[in-house]
Write a protein that binds this ligand. Structure first.
Ligand SMILES: Nc1ncnc2c1ncn2[C@@H]1O[C@H](COP(=O)(O)OP(=O)(O)OP(=O)(O)O)[C@@H](O)[C@H]1O
Ligand SMILES: [Mg+2]
Length: 234
């Protein structure tokens, strides 16, 4: 997918100021940056659920799958019932087969009969992602997928997501956690106040941070990154 010069304004607030993003198949891209940086705005535009005020997104019909931060699950239905319902809503020819496939892919086959409200946050997030995958998108967009998960659930979630990317799905996710972005993103896009400050590999970001925030270089990476943002005026 390709996005060029994306601009978004809310009243007189500039949420995006000309952001570009092009991805290759199977890439795992982390969008990171402080609260209000424009991460959700960017993902919503890439997903086609929000119109930009400027710029364009080039994506094929059905190319993109969108997993918003708030899971839209029916908490009183079972895992399998949720998947079946969404497969029907999306007009799948064989919704039962699609459900089986997603149960397999998400590793939730054994939990198929459980009521969603009783699942852990990590497993609920897996169903949320499985629903985003029902349309078999080439590009999957995840907004803050790991928020509220404990370290073990996080690790399992990233195992699942990395597996999707390894099998060729492009994954673009947002996180305000720089360490998570660095650990799981093959590529990082750093946003601050609607501007892309950096786009490249985690190693290249470390180099930039070391060069621009040398005083903080002996501290942990998160501290150094905050100093780097400050150095860039954010
Ligand atoms: N519907 C809206 N109406 C007005 N302003 C908005 C709206 N949505 C977002 N904004 C503003 O646009 C800017 C970018 O918001 P956005 O939600 O994209 O940031 P974010 O990086 O996802 O932040 P967070 O880390 O808190 O999720 C913020 O200043 C926000 O207040
Ligand atoms: Mg957000």
């Amino acid at each position: 997918m390709q996005a060029r010069g994306l601009v978004k304004r809310y009243g007189n607030r500039q949420a995006l100021r000309g952001v570009d993003l092009g991805t290759d198949p199977g890439e795992l891209v982390a969008i990171t940056g402080p609260n209000g940086a424009g991460k959700t705005t960017l993902l919503s535009i890439l997903a086609g659920v929000l119109e930009p005020d400027g710029g364009e997104v080039l994506a094929g019909e059905g190319e993109v799958g969108w997993v918003p931060q708030q899971a839209a699950l029916y908490r009183r239905l079972t895992v399998a019932e949720n998947l079946l319902l969404f497969a029907r809503l999306e007009g799948h020819e064989d919704p039962r087969a699609s459900t089986e496939e997603m149960l397999e892919l998400s590793g939730l086959g054994e939990r198929r009969g459980e009521i969603v409200a009783r699942l852990s946050g990590g497993n609920q997030q897996r169903i949320n992602i499985a629903i985003g995958l029902l349309s078999r998108p080439a590009v999957l967009l995840l907004d803050e997928p790991s928020v509220g998960l404990d370290p073990r659930q996080r690790a399992r979630l990233w195992e699942f997501v990395s597996g999707l990317a390894a099998r060729g799905t492009t994954v673009i996710f947002s996180t305000h956690d720089i360490q998570e972005a660095e650990r799981y993103g093959g590529r990082l896009l750093v946003l601050a106040d609607g501007e892309a400050l950096f786009d490249g590999s985690p190693a290249a970001l470390r180099e930039d941070v070391r060069r621009e925030a040398p005083v903080a270089a002996d501290r942990d990476f998160e501290t150094a990154f905050v100093a780097y943002l400050q150095h860039r005026g954010h």
